[in-house]
Write a protein that binds this ligand. Structure first.
Ligand code: NAD
Length: 483
């Protein structure tokens, strides 16, 4: 027999220990060739004053085993505690969040019996970079960062996942009608990578209509790939409409390490009562087994679990008109174990290929683009003269330098100078756009510094600048409204 695969296990908080025990009982009964290393995370660790919720030595276990089966934890409110999930994802580079959303109708009630979709969410970038600044009394900025490699990695992952699991279609969801640069990049890379997978159908949806489709026709979707924030939102919608919030598992995959967990939290309200549904973490453990090339055991557990659900053996959260018997958490695990080797007759049984192969090594290599500085946005905190944009423009014009001229002022993105509308509400946060006299002329940082010095001398409070670049002759910034 092959050497046992070591995995790191955390029992977590609240219902965590009960559902983890139930899951491990099933894994061992099914013959999973694993050995567990237990680490402590969550409340107890936070209480020791470790703000990340995970002790430094626990990282060693994760780096050693590279596989983490994690029960939910309770995140203390406030007090400078950091989300363990966000820390783990970022520290270990777990860039792909995979959430299958499948209906188990009629055993679990849903309006969408045919749903069987997978959401693949980018896990490291976007607004989750957590870079936020208050810039004026009235305005706070949260930075959304989308990178080429970050986008390419997750999009390739989605296509490789679709290929490995015989999925037919990959849908990309963005908001590139508004965020033409950031979301435009994600969409563009999706189109490029899609060329390499001609047998997989592809399409793109704007995230708002995409969310509506998930809420209305989830069975029309197969694999969905999207950015971090959109993925966070739509994966909850998808889980909810399939009726399986308590049943869903998720995987967080990185180049070296992967973490598997239920999508629900630690449910402190029912902790210790032996009534929690362990299915979320069981389904996560099935994904883990596929990941560590123990597909046969994964299949055995998943089919036994489906058969248990189909036989109406239900924990109280899903107990209803199609249930046969209400069971405790521990009893549910025993019932799954009894059915190991069986397959469901009504629900679709699963079949995993031996050793699912995903080629995630490829990344396109493009030469660095030529970058040219062609202008500057200077942001001001200005709250004078009744916030009259005309007055601001007149005074600011005096600070123009020989090379850089004030071209446009916007307030929260709306053009207010030289032309604007009296109805536009103005905050104390102004974006002032400068171009060289002859637009398109390349400028240098010295000219930026000279301009800022003049703006400062003129008594204006500049709070940030953004350089306006062309990359290989293509505009790398959005136009101001009305520009
Ligand atoms: P929750 O998912 O823990 O609970 C929401 C509701 O669903 C509760 O009524 C709960 O009893 C029920 N529920 C959840 N899982 C269940 C299960 N397996 N079986 C039966 N019923 C179940 O969400 P919450 O109450 O918002 O959060 C509780 C704690 O969990 C918070 O501290 C939160 O930060 C944490 N949390 C942790 C994770 C994680 O570790 N991955 C994820 C989400 C929330």
């Amino acid at each position: 027999m092959a050497e046992k695969r070591k995995i790191t296990v955390a029992y977590g908080d609240g219902i965590g220990p009960e559902i983890m025990q139930a899951t491990l009982d099933i894994l061992f009964a099914a013959g999973a060739n694993i050995e567990t290393e237990v680490i402590e995370i969550g409340e107890k660790v936070y209480k020791k004053g470790i703000s990340t919720g995970i002790a430094p030595e626990s990282w060693d276990s994760l780096r050693r085993t590279k596989v983490f089966l994690k029960a939910p934890i309770t995140t203390p409110q406030g007090g400078g505690f950091k989300s363990l999930n966000v820390t783990t994802r970022k520290t270990l580079g777990l860039y792909a969040n995979v959430r299958p959303c499948r209906s188990y109708y009629p055993y679990v009630d849903t309006n969408f019996p045919l749903t069987d979709m997978v959401i693949i969410r980018e896990n490291e970038e976007d607004l989750y970079a957590g870079i936020e600044h208050q810039q004026t009394d009235e305005v706070i900025q949260a930075l959304k960062l989308i990178s080429k490699p970050g986008s390419e990695k997750i999009i390739r992952f989605a296509f490789e996942y679709a290929k490995a699991y015989n999925r037919k279609k990959v849908t990309c969801m963005t908001k590139d009608n508004i965020m033409k640069q950031a979301d435009g990049l994600f969409h563009k890379i999706f189109n490029e990578v899609a060329q390499e997978y001609p047998t997989i159908e592809t399409n793109h949806m704007i995230i708002d209509i995409g969310s509506a489709i998930i809420a209305d026709r989830p069975h029309s979707l197969d694999v969905v790939v999207t950015e971090n924030l959109y993925g966070d939102i739509i994966s909850d919608i998808a889980a909810q409409v399939t009726g399986s919030v308590g049943l869903g598992g998720s995987a967080n995959i990185g180049p070296d390490v992967a973490m598997f967990e239920a999508i629900h939290g630690s449910a402190p309200d029912i902790a210790g009562l032996d009534i929690a549904n362990p299915s979320g973490i069981i389904n996560a453990a099935v994904m883990m087994l596929v990941h560590i090339n123990q597909s046969e055991v994964a299949e055995k557990i998943q089919n036994a679990w489906l058969k248990t659900v189909e036989d109406g053996i239900h924990t109280s959260d899903i107990y209803g008109k199609n249930s046969a018997r209400k069971v405790w958490t521990s009893e549910f695990a025993k019932e799954v174990i009894l059915r190991l080797g069986q397959t469901p007759t009504q629900l679709r049984a699963v079949k995993y290929d031996q050793n699912v192969v995903m080629d995630l090594s490829k990344m396109s290599k493009k030469p660095k683009a030529k970058k040219e500085l062609v202008g500057l946005d200077v942001f001001l905190d200005w709250d004078k003269d009744g916030r009259d944009p005309g007055k601001l423009g007149e005074q600011l014009k005096k600070a123009d330098t020989k090379q850089l001229k004030l071209n446009l002022i916007t307030n929260r993105g709306v053009a207010v100078y030289p032309e604007g509308h009296p109805e536009t509400f103005c905050s104390d946060h102004w974006r002032c756009r400068y171009y060289p006299e002859k637009e398109g002329t390349v400028i240098q940082n010295e000219q930026v510094i000279e301009l800022l010095a003049k703006i400062n001398e003129a008594g204006f409070d500049f709070i940030k600048t953004e350089h306006l670049y062309y990359f290989d002759g293509e505009r790398g910034y959005s136009l101001g409204q009305g520009e």
